[in-house]
Design a protein around this ligand. Structure first.
Ligand SMILES: O=P(O)(O)OC[C@H]1O[C@H](OP(=O)(O)O)[C@H](O)[C@@H]1O
Length: 322
């Protein structure tokens, strides 16, 4: 099947991580579906439906770990099943509206997480974060704009160095930020007396485990050692309905060149992009619907998806409550 160039280029940008971060990936997918719907020419309602489903599959195939991607696609394409459409124009409009509503929801959720999470931040905090999470940034920037004064330690986050993005974004806000090598986490936690760790999430499982950038679970272990609160910030569309029925989360294995640009004969490389932090190491999860303990993840999933046992419900969108 042929897709519009803008759509294939969004898919490629997600794959190559030009577009990255679980939340932004989800929004980009919704945007791609909107563009695909707008560009579809001629044909029947059935052809449109098949073409939209194929576009969804193309987008979902780009990266396997962040559930925000299939959750976004399923939410937008759910409208295809809702009723029988009599014209392409009618179904096109429904898809475009659903994509728009996802993007809007996502932006509002980030704002809300900022407001809720900022209540946890105190003047004098020394906060450690890993990778680059817009949900975490939203909390830190909101707290800073409220006048709270704290400093942040950001890990480099090898091999893709997303810690540089975090450092730049925070520095631009005037927040004191120090970039540290990933391997310095334990040393910095102890010597700088870190008061909180806040990280994002790519997927939250039904048992409350958090899948996030590789290295997160080591940081959680270190935080446990020093009794430092370990906080996760995430939109509810990163809760995985698939894990309710025991489906494991696939951990993306990225190209070896990211770790070792020039091949060394006889040297093998592993490059898993994510790891799982067990619920026991997580103190709380800050979502746009409030703060929950990780053990309540299954309840949250029930709340978000129970109205229809299909996996196509988007967490949290109020318009679906009827
Ligand atoms: O959605 P937000 O909070 O921005 O980011 C959530 C997570 O997504 C990122 O994955 P990657 O960099 O795309 O591999 C990181 O693991 C980050 O913690």
């Amino acid at each position: 099947m042929e897709f519009p160039e803008e759509v294939t280029s969004i898919a490629e940008d997600i794959k190559t991580m030009k577009i990255r971060g679980a939340g932004r990936i989800a929004k980009a997918a919704a945007r791609a579906l909107m563009i695909a719907a707008e560009r579809f020419q001629g044909g029947s309602v059935d052809e449109f439906v098949n073409y939209m489903r194929a576009t969804g599959e193309l987008l979902i195939s780009t990266r396997p770990t962040a559930v925000s991607l299939p959750n976004a696609v399923n939410y937008v394409l759910r409208v295809l099943e809702e009723r029988r459409y009599t014209s392409v124009e009618e179904v096109r409009k429904a898809v475009i509206e659903a994509a728009r509503s996802f993007i809007e929801y996502s932006e509002q959720a980030l704002k809300k997480i900022g407001e809720i999470g900022a209540r946890l931040i105190k003047t004098g905090d020394r906060i450690l974060t890993h990778c680059n999470s817009k949900a975490v940034e939203s909390i830190l920037i909101t707290a800073w704009r409220q006048g709270k004064r704290f400093e942040v330690y950001a890990t480099e986050t090898r091999p893709r160095y997303q810690g540089h993005i975090t450092s730049m974004d925070l520095a631009m806000e005037g927040i004191p930020v120090t970039l540290i090598p990933d391997a310095a986490v334990l040393q910095v936690m102890e010597s700088k007396r870190i008061t909180k760790v806040i990280v994002g999430a790519d997927t939250v499982t039904a048992n409350g485990a958090v899948i996030n950038k590789i290295g997160t679970s080591q940081i959680a272990l270190a935080a446990r050692l020093f009794r430092i609160p370990f906080i996760v910030a995430t939109e509810t569309y990163k809760f995985s309905p698939y894990t309710v029925v025991g489906q494991p989360v696939e951990i993306e294995e990225r190209p070896a060149e990211e770790v070792l640009p020039a091949h060394i004969p006889g040297v093998k490389v592993r490059n898993p992009a994510f790891d799982a932090t067990p619920p026991d190491y997580i103190d709380m999860i800050v979502t746009e619907r409030g703060i929950i303990p990780p053990k309540s993840a299954a309840l949250m999933l029930w709340e978000l998806f129970h109205r229809k046992p299909s996996e196509s419900r988007l967490p949290g969108v109020e318009e679906d409550s009827g």
